[in-house]
Design a protein around this ligand. Sequence first.
Ligand code: PEP
Ligand code: MG
Length: 902
Amino acid sequence: MSENKDQKFVYDFTEGNRDLKDLLGGKGANLAEMTNLGLPVPPGFTITTEACKVYLASGEAPAALRDEVSAHLAALEAKMGKKLGQSDDPLLVSVRSGAKFSMPGMMDTVLNIGLSDESVVGLAAQAGNERFAWDSYRRLIQMFGKTVLGVEGELFEEALDEAKAAKKVTVDTDLDAADLKKLVTRFKKIVAKQAGREFPQDAREQLDLAVEAVFNSWNTDRAKLYRRQERIPSDLGTAVNICSMVFGNLGPDSGTGVAFTRDPASGHAGVYGDYLQNAQGEDVVAGIRNTVPLADLEAIDKTSYDQLMTIMTTLETHYKDLCDIEFTIERGQLWMLQTRVGKRTAGAAFRIATQLVDQGLIDEAEALQRVNGAQLAQLMFPRFDEGATTTLLGRGIAASPGAAVGKAVFDSYTAVKWSRSGEKVILIRRETNPDDLDGMIAAEGILTSRGGKTSHAAVVARGMGKTCVCGAEDLEVDTKRRRMTVGGAVIEEGDVVSIDGSTGKVYLGEVPVVPSPVVEYFEGRMHAGADDADELVAAVHRIMAYADRVRRLRVRANADNAEDALRARRFGAQGIGLCRTEHMFLGERRELVEHLILADTDKEREEALSALLPLQKKDFVELFEAMDGLPVTVRLLDPPLHEFLPDITELSVRVALAEARKDANENDLRLLQAVHKLHEQNPMLGLRGVRLGLVIPGLFAMQVRAIAEAAAERKNAKGDPRAEIMVPLVGTVQELEIVREEADAVIAEVEAATGTSLKLTIGTMIELPRAALTAGQIAEAAQFFSFGTNDLTQTVWGFSRDDVEASFFTAYLEKGIFGVSPFETIDKDGVGSLVRSAVQAGRATRPDLKLGVCGEHGGDPESVHFFHEVGLDYVSCSPFRIPVARLEAGRAAAEAKGSDSR
Ligand code: PEP
Ligand code: MG
């Protein structure tokens, strides 16, 4: 990271705006935006992510940073009429991290920077409140000790608990100035002992160390884990916000709170948030003391409440979206400390998007950008069966929807351990903190006994799309003894519980689950316009209609039987993009395939093929009927033949045992020979795909005949079959030419015999690098291409897909070699670039070449955007992913239109 001489590393809040998130981080950009909107934001400035990047690359802050901070600090001091740490009347500041994306796991906040043994006295005098000053000082030492100097946070908590116990009180507000003074001495000793240095008394040193700690917090293990999970690039760095302090802990006329401009779970308008009197910000989010609902603020301080409501309306109208905010009231004066477009549940995202369209705040194209395929997928999860008999244990706040069932575990370590061995677990805690992140990831759901909708557990679970019930106060969680008690019942570690993140209910045992209403809607069992259709279904219906209206990509299904095809059709499939015929060779038919493989003479082979023909034909008739009027791409046999034969070891043992008994079976012996002959070191690169068709006489011809005869039968039954024949694993045009010649002849024969004109097309998969590189030539013989991005990824990377995910992908993900498996999201730079050039070359040869994709990537949101961009005609994916692909195809088109017109 090189430094540019004129680069500016510090921006005053008045200099930024919300579009500068890359540079100022989300928090900094929004503080600037609110400042410019004229909202009451305490003055301050932001150190850019660029400064952080220099620090992370070189281990030192940019040379110019110190002077720039000095200049901005001087300006802030002039504005506030006091100096940082000044002994008689100190200016105090908060230091907060703020990356482009909100990231739990990074250092959050250090408040009250500027307090020292001297200035605490000045602050007490200025505020006329000694208790407040010492409380602020002990908070500084605690937060600074923990996050900047790396002291174990528990040590401070324990000292605080002891101070409360000594005084026989339960809440910290009952400690007076003298108690807090003693606590400060104790805290300082903890710091000196644990950090090996005194707590710094110099205000500027405090500030500089805190800034450096924020930079370093970008690379904590928790932050890295979160980034990997959320696919946040690891090189963005964080900004640092330095903001003059306002105090919510000055007495009962002060306080702090968090709020949403509308309900983040339903999207409904209303007053949603928590308020805590006489407290500083972190107290609310940590769920340490019990908050009151925001609506109660009206009775506590009506002026501030009214002002807050007006500001929330201003923010929603300005951001045209749900916002969440943090605020503080200092002796009746309201201050805005943070805002951002708020996280929401998947269901609320759909509802809010349509509500905002109805309010005229956004248009349909924008509504599509407000939701995504991952959220839709989440809404398609099953829910608990309302008719089931259940044992209700208690009820908490419905913090993140879904139905989760699992064994109770009471710490993160066990959650991770058990889930690794295949157990489903529910992580139960009194409240969570960033240390619980890996346990939360490993768990099916999260249950806490404390904290509200804005507690750590709730916010993080919503972000992850994980089921969460929080603040279930009836539950007595005892993490040390690994159990919880509710009423008289005791739930031990390992007992099964079920939690409902949509209602907040907690049940003992396993509650059966039922399909989601969104799936019922897609299945056609619930109509969006019906009286009993819920609001969510209506919102999904509208958004899907927007997506279908704008999308260019068609969406097909990977399906190989009539049942899947019909479901796919109900879900909106516009055809079948991949019917894998290998499944039609299994089960009872395996024996026929064995005959084919073991055939010594043409006669034997022909007999085996003729036995398979009617069975194949019947499959196709059913499929064409299910997809009547829509294209059905049938792929000729692809997998290596040994897959249809018995396992080599099993068979060897069987033969050996039989020989020992002198009871050898002739057929088994022949089979074993065939298995040996067909055994390959690397079957994925062996005798499979088109190669099979070229060396097993009559195999592809039989399949083509079955397709053609099935199509003819459907035609004669007045159906509208639209079959497309697809040849797998082609690497060179010559292979395709030979298969095609044979296929054309068979089709012509069937047409003549049945008196029909079938209009079958013949194309190929592009799933080998050579096929992609010679796509221009291959297009001479292919009427369509379907990119087999599973095999293409495998062969471009040289990864055996059946082996690598289990063996070393975790290491690769951990080392950041890729952020996500290339088998999940298309590797745009490598595999994607071959797709792009093959599209161009193929179309150059044959302008009307039809182009699609049928690898797993066809249903992956990010990959769908890529396929839109490179100009494919369709994506094909498993039936359940079709709605997601439709939505993402719509989003891709709307996004492209938006950027064209900009
Ligand atoms: C592919 O390779 O992308 C593909 C769809 O084929 P299969 O997964 O059946 O090899
Ligand atoms: Mg393949």
